[in-house]
Design a protein around this ligand. Structure first.
Ligand SMILES: Cc1cc2nc3c(=O)[nH]c(=O)nc-3n(C[C@H](O)[C@H](O)[C@H](O)COP(=O)(O)O)c2cc1C
Ligand code: SF4
Ligand code: SF4
Length: 627
């Protein structure tokens, strides 16, 4: 491929390539006899690790064996978001969505679906609430309320083929900016769009760009924060795996807007597939002339380098990340001057998150009015959430800001499995808080979540049911913080450890009322005195669970009881009259705590019982209960 030398040339290439995508985006596509049928196979990390590569190979072999090479095309694509049901295969023009596909299903997909037009019922998704199979992507409740802007190309294009990105108007926003807009014009569009950073703090992106533009220096830097350390979060990884060019394009636009020629993507080394896709995309972008010198013949130069993190949560904090790129220990520092004035190598630096960047080309193409018409008054656009925990449809969802928690959990997420009761939803990962059911109708945005003691964070959303203990959940997040604290400041290094010790004491039934006062006071002190965002937010899970679920703390401390049944030390196992004396449990018990004769009711000695639960799992007669 020769370099594209002008915006005009890019537009003409875009027109030529458009037919590549005709069928995939258009639900009213009029299929004609000679059109290629298309099969998309998800190549995101989840599906990839569940053999989606083999599915592609087997589909290709079957296509060849059936002489269909000129009739059917198979493409790798990015994440569809429906990760727990992967591998996902989607078939056009029918728009049929298959879940849990295995390499062995490939032949049947070709012989039955492609050749005979018979939809394979067993591969269709069954809606958990109505127990009905759904054929088409658009009819699935998981997708009905979603609006995909940051994820617009994930599950649509082949992320390793720049032609498909260009066919989807890729790099047109860059061409438009470089050929007809000043850097102030670009910044104005971003400012007016109302876009706020998706990495956690929600700072207005346009203001950050403006502040870096206004900093006087010959050298400036653009950084993409792809560290993504929140447990359970994988939205940034999915964008990079499914649509790497949109992040590159946004970074080049950012470079142009602030007057920078160098960009860095800081990505954790545990993301090998995202790194691979980025490397492929960067090479293609250089080959086509979107990176390098004299981009699109405009005289603007910009290039991007990858920097690898070693998987430390604190390295996602902007000042620690800058230290790490400089080759120093990834420790945060006091923010006396913002990075936009003095960042990487003390030069003005713009640090933005992957999802923030993924929105930029769409805003530049569709305009600030379009973007700001989506969302709430102070939080515009959409947000991607990693929905997990006790929920039927685990996966990645992108919804307009202002969608309620109830809509996300009960409509998109399909509700709580096994008829269990919803207890709370934890948003914002280790920095966030637990939200009880009385706030399920809250329209979510940055400010509403803060107002109820939680936060948006990077978008982790963990659903908890009646079997989850809120003290234990607070302990779980604290465990993570204690592990990940860089140790630079005392409140975070020592304070979080003490918080964790108190929580452990309580979950083991050894807590007293004084512990509850200490817990609150210590949590507030850590919040007020820690150096960086990690320590400042680490007590949030403790404080929010104390605020909304104090009864559970009191149960543990005063009555030595865990009502959800998850704190092992506070549980006792009993055998009921359902016991028929099969002896299975006594044989399996590692502590010899169960006695009884054959065909007679057995008894558990709770002084010997280790609370391992082995007997409960072994009893086929549901005769064992824990209380
Ligand atoms: C402990 C800690 C970890 C963070 N991790 C990330 C991260 O993994 N990715 C990210 O984009 N921002 C992370 N942030 C937020 C960044 O410091 C910064 O605000 C963000 O990258 C700015 O980009 P944005 O304005 O586009 O959100 C973290 C902050 C803290 C305090
Ligand atoms: S708050 Fe924690 S992570 Fe941040 S500087 Fe202090 S010790 Fe390090
Ligand atoms: S396994 Fe169940 S039925 Fe069998 S002895 Fe134990 S409690 Fe009784």
């Amino acid at each position: 491929m020769n370099k594209i030398k002008s915006y005009k040339e890019l537009i003409s290439l875009n027109e030529t390539l458009k037919p590549l995508m005709g069928m995939r985006n258009n639900t009213n596509f009029q299929y004609r006899e000679n059109d290629l049928k298309e099969i998309l196979v998800c190549g995101g990390t989840g599906c990839h690790s569940a053999q989606s590569d083999e599915i592609i190979e087997n589909l290709k072999t079957s296509i060849k064996n059936n002489n269909l090479l000129d009739k059917v095309k198979v493409s790798l694509t990015g994440c569809f978001g429906f990760c727990a049901k992967g591998p996902i295969v989607k078939i056009f023009p029918d728009n049929v969505f298959y879940v849990n596909v295995s390499p062995n299903d490939a032949e049947e997909i070709i012989s039955e679906h492609i050749l005979k037009g018979n939809i394979i019922d067993r591969l269709l998704f069954e809606e958990p609430t109505i127990k009905q199979k759904v054929k088409k992507h658009d009819d699935m409740s998981f997708y009905k309320k979603q609006l995909r802007i940051a994820l617009r190309n994930c599950g649509v294009i082949n992320p390793e083929d720049i032609n498909e990105y260009i066919a989807e108007n890729g790099y047109i926003a860059l061409g438009k900016a470089l050929s007809s807009m000043s850097n102030e014009d670009v910044i104005n569009v971003i400012k007016k769009s109302g876009l706020r950073g998706r990495g956690g703090a929600g700072f207005p992106t346009g203001l950050k760009w403006e502040s870096t533009l206004n900093a006087s220096s010959h050298e400036k830097y653009v950084i993409c924060n792809a560290d993504e350390g929140d447990p359970g979060a994988f939205m940034d990884r999915s964008v990079l795996e499914g649509d790497p060019h949109s992040v590159l394009e946004a970074m080049i636009i950012n470079g142009y807007a602030i007057g920078s020629n160098n960009g860095y993507i800081y990505i954790r080394a545990e993301y090998p597939l995202a790194i691979h896709r980025l490397k492929v995309a960067i090479n293609q972008a250089r080959e086509f002339g979107f990176l390098g010198k004299d981009i699109l013949g405009t005289g603007f130069n910009f290039d991007i380098e990858l920097k690898y993190g070693a998987g430390a949560f604190v390295c996602g904090e902007a000042t620690a990340l800058i230290h790490s790129i400089e080759g120093n220990r990834g420790e945060p520092r006091m923010k006396t001057v913002s990075s936009s004035k003095k960042g990487l190598w003390s030069k003005p630096t713009c640090v933005n998150n992957v999802e923030t960047y993924a929105n930029i080309p769409a805003i530049m193409l569709n305009g600030s009015k379009w973007y700001s018409s989506i969302g709430t008054e102070k939080s515009k656009g959409t947000k991607v959430f990693a929905l997990g925990g006790k929920i039927n449809n685990v996966g990645l969802v992108e919804v307009p800001m202002g969608t309620t928690l109830r809509e996300i959990i009960f409509e998109i997420g399909g509700g709580i499995p096994n008829g269990k009761k919803f207890k709370a939803v934890q948003t914002g990962g280790p920095s966030g808080g637990c939200i009880p059911s009385k706030f399920l109708d809250t329209p979510i945005d940055f400010d509403s979540l803060n107002a109820i003691g939680s936060m948006m964070g990077s978008g982790g959303m963990l659903v908890l049911d009646e079997t989850d203990c809120m003290v234990n959940i607070a302990k779980f997040f604290l465990e993570f913080t204690v592990e990940e604290s860089c140790g630079k400041c005392t409140p975070c290094r020592i304070g979080n450890k003490r918080l964790h010790e108190i929580l452990t004491k309580i979950t083991e039934g050894k807590g007293c009322e004084q512990d509850l006062y200490d817990l609150k006071e210590l949590a507030e002190t850590i919040k007020d005195t820690s150096l960086c965002g990690l320590g400042k937010t680490s007590p949030n899970p403790v404080l929010s669970t104390m605020k909304y679920f104090m009864n559970e703390y009191e149960d543990h401390v005063i009555y030595k009881k865990c009502s959800s049944g998850s704190c092992q030390a506070l549980l006792n196992y009993f055998i009921t009259d359902k016991c028929i004396g099969c002896t299975k449990c006594s044989k399996i018990c590692p502590a010899d705590a169960i006695n009884g004769k054959v065909k007679e009711k057995h008894v558990i000695d709770n002084t010997k019982c280790l609370k391992c639960g082995a007997c409960l799992d072994s009893c086929k007669f549901n005769a064992i209960v824990k209380k």
